[in-house]
Design a protein around this ligand. Structure first.
Ligand code: NOJ
Ligand code: CA
Length: 680
């Protein structure tokens, strides 16, 4: 891999950085976004302006410790450092190969003017597409072993009375797996991040965090109207973060854009993470997979043993043969190891990660995998008992490595707040999936897997905060309602869901949504039954819209073989991209992405809509100016609608160029998927 890093330290102009006695401002390279430290009454605060309008009013900074200093009032700015960076770096896999990191950075150190409060630094980076700030806390009197009991960071939204929020609740049993709600800003209580909202002016904003390492996950809690407070998921003993000074908080991030697509075309979160720490990661392989999976979710087969057991040697071989025939890289197999019998939601104590059921012959399967050139995709379901998993993790990963497995899906099915760990005294404690204990546990798993050249796809994960840059083997995760809810969710994902995800969950990073359900009527059609509430064209569009370097063709082989013309799009669509551009969209209504394949000239487009049928106009100016393309279009038929005509799909071809404009007509909960084949 070619690594290109160019860091320019610019001579700083007075217009970018203004330092007065009590206030210091840093602006984005284009000057539109600015961050100001307001040293109001000696309690450090910050505010944010965009296009000359304040969008975040002076908002508190600071944190509180169980003992020792209290980072609240009593501070003054003692020093500031500023620098500008304009560099680029390359992703081994991703939405785009080259990422530009252009920002202005300000470091402000606060120190006490009373003896008890000591010192900390706020590091701020302002990009054109948003900003991040983090606390850096040095070792100091009274602060070596640290227990944080309150993070005081607030986000005071100036125009909250005219703002609309798109959000899911935090600190609930179902982790991140909620249907997104659209409400007036004032109706938000405690929300997960990315937390997206629009202002009356049309400005789009999203609050999240980057580089969540050895710290608790942050939710936002509306404590007073318009004022969101950082709310960290606590340990079982109530402490929020346990650490040692020096330490750094994750970056608190705020994306700001004039329009909805601006949120999608941002690299803010990745830019605020540290570069790859794993070195050569050529063993991390993007690609498509199938699996013994959907059959269990629709009750055709079972995870547990018995007549209907899914993970049998013959079934795995059958899937591997299917994968080989159509060029898929892997076959996910769940339910192969001892522990699934009974109610596996509560089986965390009994899972054995190296003992297969009798009808799963490891040697025969490893051999077949070699013979047909298809890899087994591994699976570790912990049911939330992380101590049981931790005890077996090294052996379990070793076993998979010996079988030639390159990718493992993990699972942490347990209610929020109910992850079970056994502490040093042998006592069971119950933790949050987004508390510090689990933040560290998930990353431990990634590092253990990396040692064995294995990539991890985490389900029931901690939310993504861009750590795939630092650990490129953290290849995907769930962290929202995926396709499985269409099999058994009450209710299934509504038509709006996939039009909401890009503007919310997906701002964090790739999602293993598992698209591609072709048979919608496993329970019959109709609006009130479990099924994908989409058209078939929309299932295809998901491959382009919902970015992931690994994509599953989730349906049963027989359903694909019954519709080979539509299946062709899934066979063609890549999962690794040279460029990605969001070309149209409105939060929760519709969205369209154009992406160019890595190492090739073809472009792909995915567009989808919510419950409203609509036609969108897409300029093809992303295509190379000097080329013609054969557009292979998979679109909703004229009579299609998601309720009773989901299968009406038109596949047609057209020659197009960068000068053309396409009108894409989408049915209710419909979409379109297009391959633009470059012609010589
Ligand atoms: C929940 C995961 O999201 C799903 O994909 C998996 O099949 C089950 N847990 C069982 O591990
Ligand atoms: Ca909508």
């Amino acid at each position: 891999m070619k690594i290109l890093v160019k860091v320019t330290l610019l001579a700083l102009s007075l217009s970018s950085f203004l330092l007065t006695a009590k206030e210091v401002t840093v602006a984005s390279p284009d000057g539109k976004l600015s961050f100001t430290i307001n040293d109001v009454a000696e309690a450090p605060k910050y505010s944010v302006s965009f296009n000359g309008e304040q969008v975040i009013e002076p908002s508190r900074l600071g944190m509180v410790f169980k003992s020792g200093p209290y980072f609240d009032q009593g501070f003054a700015i003692t020093s500031t450092t500023i620098q500008s960076v304009n560099s680029s770096w390359q992703q081994p896999w991703g939405e785009r190969e080259t990422i530009t990191d252009h920002h202005n950075e300000l470091q402000v150190t606060f120190a006490a003017n009373r003896e008890t409060v000591n010192t900390y630094t706020l590091r701020v980076r302002v990009f054109n597409d948003g900003l991040g700030f983090r606390y850096e806390v040095p070792k100091q009197p009274g602060l070596a072993q640290v227990e944080i009991t309150n993070e005081l960071t607030e986000f005071a939204i100036k125009d909250y009375k005219n703002a609309t929020a798109y959000w899911i609740p935090a600190r609930q049993f179902n982790r991140y797996e909620y249907i997104y709600d659209t409400t007036e800003f004032e109706d938000v209580n405690i929300a997960h991040t990315p937390f997206t909202f629009t202002l009356g002016s049309g400005v789009h904003m999203s609050i999240h965090e980057a580089a969540l390492v050895d710290y608790a996950g942050m939710s936002v809690n509306q404590r007073r109207p318009g004022v969101l407070k950082a709310d960290l998921a606590p340990w079982s003993d109530g402490v929020l973060v346990k650490t040692t000074a020096n330490f750094k908080s994750p970056w608190r991030t705020i994306q700001v854009s004039e329009d909805a697509v601006g949120l999608l075309n941002s690299d803010l979160i990745l830019n605020l993470n540290e570069p790859n720490k794993l070195g050569d990661v050529s063993w991390v392989e993007p690609g498509k997979y199938v699996g013994i999976w959907w059959g269990m979710h629709i009750n055709e087969t079972t995870w547990g043993s018995g007549d209907q057991h899914g993970a049998t040697t013959s079934e795995v071989k059958r899937y591997m043969d299917f994968a080989a025939k159509y060029g898929f890289k892997g076959v996910l197999v769940e339910g192969w190891n001892i522990g699934w019998d009974g109610d596996w939601f509560f089986n965390g104590d009994v899972f054995d990660f190296t003992k297969p059921y009798d009808d799963f012959d490891i040697d025969a399967i490893s051999q077949h995998s070699k013979d047909v050139g298809v890899k087994l995709v591994g699976h570790h379901e912990t049911s939330g008992n992380v101590s049981n998993y931790r005890r077996q993790m090294a052996d379990a990963l070793d076993l998979y490595q010996s079988m030639g497995v390159a990718q493992v899906k993990t699972g942490y099915v347990a209610d929020g707040g109910n992850i079970k760990r056994i502490d040093d005294d042998g006592i069971a404690r119950h933790e949050w999936h987004d508390g510090q204990y689990m933040v560290n546990e998930y990353l431990y798993n990634i590092k253990q897997a990396a040692k064995r050249n294995i990539s991890i796809n985490t389900h029931e994960p901690i939310k993504d905060t861009g750590l795939r840059r630092t650990y490129p083997n953290w290849i995907a995760r769930e962290g929202a309602r995926g396709q499985e809810f269409n099999a058994w969710g009450t209710p299934p994902n509504p038509p709006e869901h996939a039009a909401m995800l890009p503007f919310t969950r997906m701002l964090a990073g790739p999602m293993d949504f598992t698209p591609g359900i072709f048979n919608m009527d496993f329970n019959g059609l109709g609006a009130n039954t479990n099924r994908p509430q989409t058209t078939l064209a929309k299932q295809l569009a998901l491959y382009v819209v919902l970015y992931s370097p690994i994509q599953m063709a989730a349906d049963l082989p027989r359903n694909y073989e019954a519709n080979l013309p539509a299946f062709q799009f899934i066979l063609d669509v890549p999962t690794d991209w040279q460029h990605s551009i969001a070309v149209a969209g409105a939060v929760g209504d519709y969205v369209a992405f154009a992406r160019q394949e890595r190492h090739g000239n073809d472009w792909y487009l995915g567009a989808l809509t919510d419950e409203q049928a609509r036609t969108i106009e897409v300029k093809l100016d992303f295509l190379a100016a000097d080329k013609s393309y054969l557009a292979e279009i998979y679109r909703d038929g004229d009579q299609a609608n998601w309720v009773d005509k989901p299968y009406e799909l038109v596949i047609e071809q057209k020659t197009v160029s960068a000068k053309d404009i396409l009108n894409i007509k989408m049915a209710t909960s419909g979409g379109a998927a297009i391959r633009f084949k470059a012609m010589d």
